[in-house]
Design a protein around this ligand. Structure first.
Ligand code: IPM
Ligand code: MN
Length: 376
């Protein structure tokens, strides 16, 4: 029996292409693993009205972890139109299957490294090395949304504060509401993950990125918990606090000053795209979605429909996802060697995709990295 069982979900569009690239490298690495492939994404929304079929969830449960490609998401009305005719008008509504996976498996930490590798012409600076810890199951992406607004929610709003009177005469279908839900436990576990990482990797500081001056109860809760946890459990690591808006400016001004960031779901989503762009953009950004038992690894980029079938996109983001997966599986030497092979490919700057000004195809870059891995 193989040592690891890995579920692979290529998904849509270029997801399939980058997973093919990942497989080239995994084969070279000779990871002692069994790979099982599953269905996810747009095709299954159109055919089955479910982009994350039950059988896929069952399959994932049988694996140690999952490697995920990319999926296409479209807004509500557009998605309904693409359902097979017999499925239309039955009240099915599209939801993002990656968000679904994060919720289902309680993958509460989304860890997104943003490191500048020497020689990457897209680096904003060469001394950036930030890791973002994004809370992944709560906050504004909890999935609690209303439109039209039910009467009981409206009356709760009206009772909440005199200022809410301005909504009194707004018809139910002319108002929408999304809830930003934070729990103490949810805040604590992501904050501890960030601090544990800082300790393990010898990082000097953790910056909590929120907006407690306005979002007093949710961001306020996160910051208060961060202060307590730092004081009681991690006195040797500094805690810095920054507001999300100002942080976007600081990250453009002095990204080299930051090390580990921790934030809630939506702010973490935003700030991790910003950090990703500082070190080369979507071709380089990967993330690990983890719980205490399970993990899903993914490139941050989407399915890029306009490039589908062209084998054009940069596979490095997915190869970083593979590297994070190897670390999580305890295959540390393989992970380090893969990082070195990726770094060598970037430094050499010969075999590179269009985003780096090159003409190489997705699989050619993967082959080059596999070849470099072999030589290490
Ligand atoms: C990401 C993506 C997803 C998110 C989308 C596709 C739902 O933007 O992984 O950052 O917002 O989490
Ligand atoms: Mn995002």
């Amino acid at each position: 029996m193989a040592r690891h069982k890995i579920a692979v979900l290529p998904g849509d569009g270029v997801g399939k292409e980058v997973i093919e690239a990942a497989k080239i490298v995994l084969d070279e690495i000779a990871l002692d693993a069994e790979y099982i492939y599953g269905d996810i994404g747009w095709e299954f929304w159109c055919k089955e009205a479910n982009p994350l079929p039950e059988r896929t969830i069952e399959m994932l449960k049988k694996a140690d972890c999952c490697l995920f490609g990319a999926i296409t998401s479209k807004p509500k009305q557009e998605s309904e139109k693409e359902l097979m005719p017999e499925l239309q008008g039955k009240g099915h509504s599209y939801y993002s299957p990656i968000v679904g996976l994060r919720q289902f498996f309680n993958l509460y930490a989304n860890i997104r490294p943003a490191k500048a590798y020497p020689g990457n012409p897209l680096n904003y600076r060469d001394d950036i090395d930030i890791v973002i810890f994004r809370e992944n199951t709560e906050g504004l992406y909890s999935g609690v949304e209303f439109h039209p607004l039910p009467e009981e929610i409206k009356s709760a709003l009206l009772k909440h504060h005199i200022k809410m009177k301005k909504f009194q005469d707004v018809p139910a279908d002319k108002i929408a509401l999304s809830c930003r839900i934070f729990t103490v436990e949810g805040c604590k576990r992501i904050i501890r993950k960030a601090f544990d990482y800082a300790i393990k990797m010898n990082r000097p500081s953790v910056t909590v990125v929120e907006k407690p001056n306005v979002l007093r109860e949710t961001s306020g809760l996160m910051v208060r918990e961060a202060r307590k946890i730092q004081k009681d459990e991690y006195p040797d690591i500094e805690l810095w606090e920054a507001n999300i808006d100002a942080m976007c400016m600081w990250l453009v001004k002095n990204p080299q000053n930051y090390s580990v960031l921790v934030s809630s779901n939506m702010f973490g989503d935003i700030v991790s795209d910003l950090c990703g762009q500082l070190v080369g953009g979507l071709g380089f950004a990967a993330g690990a979605n983890i719980s205490d038992e399970y993990a899903v690894f993914e490139p941050v980029h989407g399915s890029a429909p306009k490039y589908t079938g062209q084998y054009k996109v940069n596979p490095i983001a997915t190869l970083h996802a593979v590297r994070l997966m190897l670390e999580w599986l305890g295959e540390n030497e393989k992970a380090e060697n893969l990082e070195e092979a990726i770094a060598l490919n970037i430094k050499e700057g010969k075999v590179k995709t269009y985003d780096l000004g090159g003409i190489s195809k997705t699989l050619e870059v993967a082959e080059d990295i596999a070849k470099k891995y072999k030589k290490i």
